[in-house]
Design a protein around this ligand. Structure first.
Ligand code: FAD
Length: 397
């Protein structure tokens, strides 16, 4: 049986292990506890059709998995529509996007913001609202715990607290780049026929000796806020603010935003310490959320800030890399660069990695995930976010 070493036990690593477990000998290694990296900090906002608008089959695959997993272990899926407010200046763009999406039989519609008068404050700056069906949320810790349990039940071996130092390569291989022989850990070598690099923002360092990948850190900041929200409050977001929100099962409010650095809301490089909370989040909580959501009258008290000791990772086009690149040793698959939208893609990640290792077909295109779509391999590419220019109502670059 093919022996696969998966480096990283975040959503990418767990999803990979889950999809390979039936017919591969899988070992997952993490320098930390299982699932304790960036993934554990995520908000559980599952808006795959919103954040991957051009990849409907990828979104469907992920969403179907979550619905099927509902009730397994401690995992609970909640269906919830996602409503994005649209300012008057952005209405033409939003109309175009909704029409294009409609042509693809997508589930997004553009309605008058007044239809959401019970959600939006009268002061909210919106004329219209884009509404997505089929979205939802879950508790990410429950998802990680369930995926871990299901992997163990399927025979996956886990080695937490084990730093992987490098990928071992021998001289064989068809592409002239050798072939994977295993990995080197702080406790010694582990043999493997294939290695999946799912180490998030640490992936370039992990692969330093074998493959250059244009992946760099990216940070979201999230806060849980005191609130008394109705059970069925829709999830929502504002692309101009680079922000999103959702209710929680206990009636609280979770808000998340990108760091926007460099003044006048332009996105530049993140600070070196990703735990530093930017003014953007505090301004969102104090000023913007109370004037957007009717259920929030004044700046809500912060129950907990959530950020990441290890940042999430991004690429030049803010989309992930899932590939077995020709320029890499045979048997090496990269699965990283999920840019704030990795949890919602979880099962599609494992499905795509499996396709690279087995040659099986998948219900979505693999080409948009390939490394060779990029000209650069360096990590000093200009920083951009998924909101910039990619969705209606987004901040222009
Ligand atoms: C605050 C916040 C909110 C977010 N909200 C959402 C959301 O609502 N919805 C959504 O879909 N996404 C969200 N995201 C994004 C999502 O969390 C990430 O895209 C996703 O978790 C990335 O998963 P990953 O497996 O690629 O990386 P990680 O979860 O970072 O996993 C990488 C793992 O590799 C391990 N590792 C690294 N180097 C080594 C090494 N050398 N040896 C061994 N192990 C190593 C790390 O310990 C870590 O466990 C959010 C992110 C943040 C930070």
């Amino acid at each position: 049986m093919t022996r696969v070493a998966v480096v990283g036990s975040g959503v990418a690593g767990l999803s990979t292990a889950y999809r390979l477990a039936s017919d591969h000998n899988v070992v997952v290694l993490d320098r930390d506890a299982i699932g304790n990296g960036t993934s554990s900090r995520a908000s559980g906002v599952i808006t795959t059709p919103v954040d991957y608008p051009d990849w409907p089959a990828w979104s469907d695959c992920a969403l179907e998995f979550f619905r099927d997993l509902d009730g397994t272990g401690v995992f609970e899926w909640t269906d919830r529509e996602y409503v994005r407010g649209v300012r008057p200046a952005d209405v033409p763009g939003a109309r175009e996007a909704a029409a294009a999406a409609d042509a693809d039989a997508s589930s997004v519609s553009l309605v008058d913001a007044a239809e959401y008068a019970d959600v939006f404050d009268p002061e909210a700056p919106y004329e219209k609202a884009l509404v997505w069906e089929g979205t939802g949320y879950f508790d990410v810790d429950e998802f990680l715990a369930t995926m871990h349990r299901e992997c163990v039940r399927r025979g996956v071996e886990f080695r937490p607290d084990t730093t992987v130092e490098s990928v071992r390569v021998d001289g064989a291989g068809r592409g002239g780049n050798g072939a994977v022989a295993g990995i080197e850990t702080e406790y010694g070598p582990v043999d493997a026929d294939a290695v999946v690099a799912a180490a998030g923002s640490a992936t370039p360092a992990l692969l330093e000796e074998v493959l250059a990948v244009p992946i760099r850190p990216f940070t979201w900041n999230v806060a849980y806020l005191e609130a008394d929200l109705p059970d069925d409050v829709p999830m929502g977001g504002d692309a101009v603010l680079g922000a999103y929100w959702r209710g929680t099962r206990d009636g609280r409010l979770l808000v998340g935003t990108e760091h926007r650095y460099g003044g006048d809301d332009r996105v530049t490089d993140p600070p070196e310490d990703p735990r530093e909370f930017g003014e953007t989040l505090d301004r969102l909580i104090a000023d913007e959320i109370p004037s957007i959501l009717s259920a929030v009258d004044e700046a809500p008290a912060v129950v907990r800030y959530e950020c990441c000791p290890m940042a999430d990772a991004t690429t030049p086009d803010a989309k992930p890399i899932i590939d077995a690149p020709a320029e890499a040793p045979d048997g090496l698959v990269v699965a990283a660069g999920f840019h704030g939208a990795g949890v919602m893609a979880a099962d599609s990640i494992g499905t795509a990695v499996r396709a690279h290792l087995t040659g099986e077909s998948v219900p979505f295109a693999l080409a948009p995930l390939s490394l060779d779509r990029f000209e650069t391999r360096g990590t000093d590419f200009p920083f951009r976010t998924m909101f910039q220019g990619s969705v209606p109502g987004s901040a222009e670059e």
